[in-house]
Design a protein around this ligand. Sequence first.
Ligand SMILES: Cc1cc2nc3c(=O)[nH]c(=O)nc-3n(C[C@H](O)[C@H](O)[C@H](O)COP(=O)(O)OP(=O)(O)OC[C@H]3O[C@@H](n4cnc5c(N)ncnc54)[C@H](O)[C@@H]3O)c2cc1C
Length: 460
Amino acid sequence: MMQDSADFTQLTAALRGDVIPPNQPGYDAARSVWNAMIDRRPDLIVRCRGAADVQAVMRFAAQRGMPVAVKGGGHNIAGTAVADGGLLIDLSLMRGVHIEPKQRLAMVEGGALLSDLDRESQAYGLATPAGVVSSTGVGGLALGGGFGWLSRKHGLTADNLIAADLVTPAGEQVTVDAESDPELLWGLRGGGGNFGVVTRFTFRLHQVGPQVMFGPTIWRLEDAPAVLRHYGEIAPHLPREACVWADLATAPPLPFLDERHHGEKVLILMQFHAGEAAEAETALAPLRNFGAPIGDAVGPTDYVEAQSRLDDVYEKGARNYWRAFNLHALSDPLPSRLATAAAAMPTPQSDILICLLGGAVAEANPAAAYPHRDAMFSITPGARWMSADDDQMCLDWIKTAFEPIASMAKPGAYVNFIAESAGRERDAYGASYARLAALKARLDPHNRLRSNQNIRPTAS
Ligand SMILES: Cc1cc2nc3c(=O)[nH]c(=O)nc-3n(C[C@H](O)[C@H](O)[C@H](O)COP(=O)(O)OP(=O)(O)OC[C@H]3O[C@@H](n4cnc5c(N)ncnc54)[C@H](O)[C@@H]3O)c2cc1C
């Protein structure tokens, strides 16, 4: 708790940014996150304008033994960006991106969104792998791993993280790279926001686009078991330039889809290829031409446009609950079980997303804590709904429909897709947990940064 108004004055004077107490204008907007199920009230929100502000807040918190939560893009499904009580560092004013084209590096402030990173990188024809919805924060995504269309070719976002400016829980400013602190860099590549507040990320960039092959092919739900079986066989062997995710969803009113299918449950394969157009056509043809699709809109697309094409589908403000599974293979009886679960989806906003990994993601990287290299698919059934009156119906769907599927998953789950804010840490960090706990003991012995998939500080 804040001690008194003298504390408040002292903190305000130490900042370029703003201090927002409860019930002041801006407080509710600053504590709101993507998932409308989350409604938490920090004692104080600090909207930082730079590393010096973050340092001042961390020192203030350390002197008073206060916990600190960190909000980047606010997309975390478990709502870990906000906590009840304590301080909230809001990084939304720190979205700068600087590109060094000759060195192919991006220097990215801690509160930047994927749209900021992609837009600035593509000005130079460059990109680094990131997620598929442009309003997602770089911070949470990169620190948990981060995968998207480019990951089979260029690895996780975290694999491309080569340095970070970090404010530690003690309020020290450090620059972390492979020379200065390889253990901490290892921990930042998958260990989440447990070790400090990253004010600046440095990512390796790759030549990409400006055009890529991108778009959906759509099948009726009754065809989904056969198409998913085929996808499960073909997708892991695609060239690394290609990435295809499957989504069981309700068809939006897409212009290329016959009106009679609008609002029907369907299977969508979202296809991406970062190579030559002719190579893309050849690589994607076995999937696109399978069976009897009812719609297809795969074509040359600007990379930045591809990166934001799904934004409307996943707009902020809905109530959400997800489950997260890792799979070695998508094989029988899963395709028909997934189609059965999709048939019972409770709302038009709900979906079952199947992300393809493999390629560069599957290559061992001993310099990264991310533990799920052997998962070929990550499956995320997502219940999404608008009214609290539907909470029970939506939670029931997700809890019951997925029991038969959960038994086929491999242990563990991607940290950034876990909807529970506590109790899933071993699933999230897997074999890296004990080493991460020792690192946590060095950086954050009092567990000041605990609003995350929390690693308990434990001396090795
Ligand atoms: C619509 C949607 C689409 C998504 N798509 C993908 C995808 O394609 N690929 C993928 O890999 N993931 C995806 N995700 C998951 C995403 O990676 C996580 O939600 C991630 O936490 C988002 O980061 P954020 O900064 O927006 O999160 P926030 O909610 O702001 O933060 C989450 C946690 O990250 C930490 N954190 C954030 N920034 C910093 C920082 N600068 N320094 C220290 N700690 C920090 C904090 O511990 C915080 O609790 C998606 C999520 C959503 C909601």
